[in-house]
Design a protein around this ligand. Structure first.
Ligand code: 6PG
Length: 465
């Protein structure tokens, strides 16, 4: 009889196939199943040297029979009802100590629900980041579930994950139930924000400085050698440098300016509102994607109001520092949101561990995450903008952010993420804010009451009758 597999995997789409090959390559025999049978055989046929590690199963029962008990089965099916359908199909054929791991981009509320619904087997939800390349050669893995199930799967996840420069695998246990998918959602929110802020700096270079895409590419490449070193800045240089294979000009100039989205950034923004956690840079990025898709209205707007009023002079150095500041402010908001969520959901989210997991493999991987992990280890609950290391960075870079945001405002160039970061920073550095006026208004029209600075008791203002 053939040797049983250590792991099963359901769903051989792009990400599932890449993850299965990664698992096989790291020495874990794997059994695979896909809804379309021809895909299963084509996958094994295309697996080259790794084919010997792969057992194709034509039915779910065959898949279950091919895995050594207690079984571990990874689901790589589209998030949503397809996951519930698979869990229902597996229910009658799995044992109580078998473990099903949803590795798709599930909404963490669904993962919480599935964890609590009394499935007749064990269940984990893991966030996997890094696209196809990551899944094949080393993703970042954010795991949610019991500590016991994490311990059981850690050898596999550690083996297949990306490694940070110090050799640590970028896979860790985030907490119970939906904690892994929650951290993945925040990752994606930050991904949206990072992408949007890079796009905004691209916009300044293109529209205010009149630079062509081939001139912009080396600027991103140079930034990628400094504080901004990151996967997203690196690929932005490559995107700006690419030539259109059809017409020969810069490809970037041919790409329609309407961004797609599958919704994870939006989930983060919605959840932040539920938690009353301010993440304006991420919210601005989600908003900007939504505005980008309204091409017709934008064209009408330009016809009605004319193009941006004037060109603004901004230095490339200021632009680089504005992006550094925006990035620090965005991550400060993201980590603060996770701190709020940990309290609200009763999860022991480990902030430095999250920063460490994001150092390699995932889409937002960047040099700065090392420093964030260090600052968060000093004091996990302290907002990153208050950490001495990042305060020193912000003192240097915020003046540049101000100049860039001001230039954008004066020249009619929308910079929603960068300007939201700046507005949040200014609110956060103002001890005496303006909500005293709001409290006065609330008391005036609704007798909601207010507190006095001197601590004296005054339930309502003189406007109350
Ligand atoms: C990752 C990515 C990935 C996401 C895509 C597309 O971490 O590998 O976040 O999970 O699905 O980046 O997301 P949008 O379609 O929402 O842009």
């Amino acid at each position: 009889m053939a040797m049983k597999a250590n792991v099963g995997l359901i769903g051989l789409g792009t990400m599932g196939a890449a993850l299965a090959l990664n698992i096989a390559e790291k020495g874990f025999p794997i059994a695979v199943w896909n809804r379309t049978t021809s895909v299963i055989h084509a996958f094994k046929a295309g697996a080259g040297d790794l084919a010997a590690q792969i057992t194709p199963a034509e039915t779910l029962a065959d898949l279950v029979a091919a895995i050594a008990a207690p079984r571990a089965i990874i689901l790589m099916v589209p998030a949503g009802p397809a996951v519930d359908d698979m869990l229902a199909a597996l229910s009658p054929i799995l044992d109580a100590d078998d473990l099903v791991i949803d590795a798709g981009n599930a909404n963490f509320h669904d993962t919480n629900r599935r964890s609590a619904q009394g499935l007749p087997f064990r269940f984990m939800g893991i966030g996997v980041s890094g696209g196809e390349e990551g899944a094949r050669h080393g993703p970042a893995i954010m795991a949610g579930g019991t500590a016991q199930d994490w311990a059981r799967m850690a050898p596999v996840f550690h083996a297949i994950a990306a490694r940070a420069e110090d050799g640590t695998p970028c896979a860790d246990h985030m907490g119970e139930a939906g904690a892994g998918h929650f951290v993945k959602a925040v990752h994606n929110g930050i991904e949206y924000a990072d992408m949007q802020m890079i796009a905004e700096t691209y916009g300044v270079m293109r529209d205010s400085l009149g630079m062509s895409a081939p001139k912009i590419a080396p600027v991103f490449a140079r930034w990628n050698e400094g504080t901004l070193r990151s996967y997203l800045v690196e690929i932005s240089a490559a995107v700006a440098a690419a030539t259109d294979p059809v017409k020969g000009g810069p490809l970037l100039d041919m790409i329609v300016d309407a961004a797609g989205q599958k919704g994870t950034g939006r989930w983060t923004a919605i959840e932040a509102q539920n938690l009353a956690a301010p993440i304006p840079v991420i919210e601005a990025a989600v908003m900007a994607r939504n505005v980008s898709s309204r091409r017709g209205e934008r064209a009408e707007g330009e016809a009605l109001y004319g193009p941006a009023p004037q060109r603004a002079e901004v230095s490339l150095e200021d632009l680089e520092h504005a992006l550094i500041a925006g990035k620090i402010l965005c991550y400060a908001q993201g980590f603060a949101m996770m701190t709020a969520a940990a309290k609200d959901f009763g999860w022991a989210l480990d902030m430095p561990a999250i920063a460490r997991v994001w150092r390699a493999g995932c889409i937002i991987r960047s040099a700065m995450l090392n420093d964030m992990a260090t600052a968060l280890a000093e004091d996990p609950a302290r907002n990153l903008m208050l950490a001495p290391f990042f305060a020193a960075h912000l003192r240097r870079s915020v003046p540049a952010l101000r100049r860039v945001v001001a230039a954008g405002a004066l020249s009619g160039l929308g910079l929603p993420a960068l300007s939201s970061g700046l507005a949040w920073f200014d609110l956060m550095r103002t001890a005496r804010g303006t909500a005293n006026m709001i409290q006065g208004q609330r008391d005036f029209f609704g007798l909601h009451g207010f507190q006095r600075l001197d601590g004296l008791d005054q339930p309502h203002g003189p406007w109350a009758h």
